[in-house]
Design a protein around this ligand. Structure first.
Ligand code: GLU
Length: 435
């Protein structure tokens, strides 16, 4: 039997990474087994499932390259079929009508539980059982005539001939009811697999309060889709060895449900950021440059291409996420850069620093050639001859030309900035902080 999985989100305008992880697992499972990955938009809540919300969902999937097989199924188009099935269940005695609460608001349709224990073999959690006495009959059509989630969800999975339902474990309790529905409808029960929650460091459901939680947040910050995909795939699944950076093809080959963990998976944004940095390093130089130019553009920085490329090369290995780029290199493009206050007070505004900077300036001004090697030699010689030590010389120079203590190696920075800018920046820094 061909594997058919599906992603069945209820669009709300944002796509939580937990939902997207479920989509990724369904996709990987289908691709691993040469099956199909379907999309069903559970858009029956018309207030939340706006066209924009659906658009956001589709864009998030496209961004992560989760290609869907066949037509998308919109649950809202299936109301008639849902109601017809409810009629059938009534006729067969699997359901009954009741004026719930006797409020005279009309009758709803209630599904009659079969009165037996229900068990299923969850692909991740193992065998789960619920005793008959702990399961109550439940509404499948409201008194206003609209079908309830359980009915619609099961009928649509039958319609889409879904063989494997991989979803969050907030649906485990529903599954017992769903199985009763499948049986009453005379349809084969799919294989279920319930993914553990993703949680914050306190073990609570991971939410917006803990940091970025929506796919769009990560896209806007310049995370690469490949990195987020890889990270989410490993959030609760492992290939069984210590591989972490994996291509999509490798993940497809290695993916299976029996290596999905049944305990909650903790979100670690630091790890995601590290992973993104690894993916950034793999980008071809032209792609990295294009991202950098786009970021400079967004920051309103006009960059001369040849000079800009040199700057990009300097930070290539330091950039973890795209949003870091502009702040990291802004000082190359404007003399009006911010000074890091702590750096200024700790390393710059000290006895003797003005004198050191003036001496360094004089040395640099006299160099016959101004490049990485010559500036490096000049400063190293100065450190040695003066007996001052690196710590007394290099940080003030770095802060003077860049405003910050961190960044790429100093000498390539000097070389890229060029003599004129370096001298002017030293002068200005002395005047501003040390005069
Ligand atoms: N729309 C439901 C949800 O997003 C579907 C759950 C499912 O069956 O996958 O929670």
């Amino acid at each position: 039997m061909k594997v058919r999985t599906r992603f069945a989100p209820s669009p709300t305008g944002n796509v939580h990474i937990g939902n997207m992880r479920a989509a990724i697992y369904n996709w990987l499972y289908a691709r691993h087994h040469g099956g199909e990955f379907l999309l069903r938009v559970e858009d029956t809540d018309r207030e939340r499932s706006t066209p924009e919300a659906i658009q956001t969902l589709l864009e998030a999937m496209k961004w992560l390259k989760l290609d869907v097989d066949g037509e998308h199924l919109y649950q809202s188009t299936r109301m008639e079929a849902h109601l017809a099935a409810a009629e059938m269940l009534l006729e067969k005695g699997h359901a009954y009508k009741e004026d719930k609460g006797g409020l005279g608001q009309g009758e709803c349709v209630i599904f009659k539980m079969p009165g037996k224990d229900i068990s299923f073999d969850d692909g991740i959690k193992g065998t789960l059982t619920k005793a008959a006495e702990n399961m109550q009959d439940f509404v499948i059509v409201r008194s206003n005539g609209t079908p309830v989630f359980h009915l619609a969800n099961v009928l649509d999975d039958i319609e889409q001939r879904v063989t494997h339902v991989i979803r969050g474990d907030d649906h485990v309790e529903n599954t017992f009811r769903h199985i009763a529905l499948y049986e009453a409808l005379g349809a084969p029960v799919p294989q279920f697999a319930h993914l553990p929650m993703i949680v914050n460091h306190q073990g609570k459901p991971y939410s917006k309060r803990d940091g970025d939680a929506f796919v769009g947040d990560f896209r806007d910050k310049g995370f690469l889709p490949e990195a987020l995909f890889n990270y989410l795939a490993l959030l609760g699944w492992s290939p069984g060895d210590d591989r972490e950076i994996m291509s999509v093809q490798e993940m497809i080959e290695a993916f299976d449900l029996d290596r999905c963990q049944s305990s909650p998976a903790q979100v670690d944004l630091k790890k995601l950021t590290w992973m993104n940095g690894e993916y950034m390093l793999k980008l071809p130089v032209e792609e990295f440059s294009a991202l950098c130019f786009a970021e400079l553009d967004k920051a309103g920085i006009n960059a001369e291409p040849e000079y800009a490329e040199k700057v990009f090369a300097l930070v290539r290995e330091r950039v973890k996420i795209v949003a870091d780029i502009a702040p990291m290199i802004a000082y190359f493009f404007s003399d009006d850069y911010d000074y890091d206050e702590k750096a200024v007070s700790k390393k710059l505004q000290k006895e003797g620093v003005a004198d050191i900077l003036k001496q360094v300036r004089a040395l640099l001004a006299e160099l016959p050639v101004f490049d990485e090697a010559s500036t490096s030699k000049a400063l190293h010689d100065f450190v040695e001859q003066s007996g001052l030590g690196f710590g007394a010389v290099m940080p003030p120079v770095r802060i003077a030309v860049s405003g910050t203590q961190s960044g790429p190696d100093l000498f390539p920075i000097l070389a890229v900035l060029g003599r004129e800018k370096v001298l002017a920046r030293i002068d200005r820094t002395v005047e501003r902080f040390l005069a």
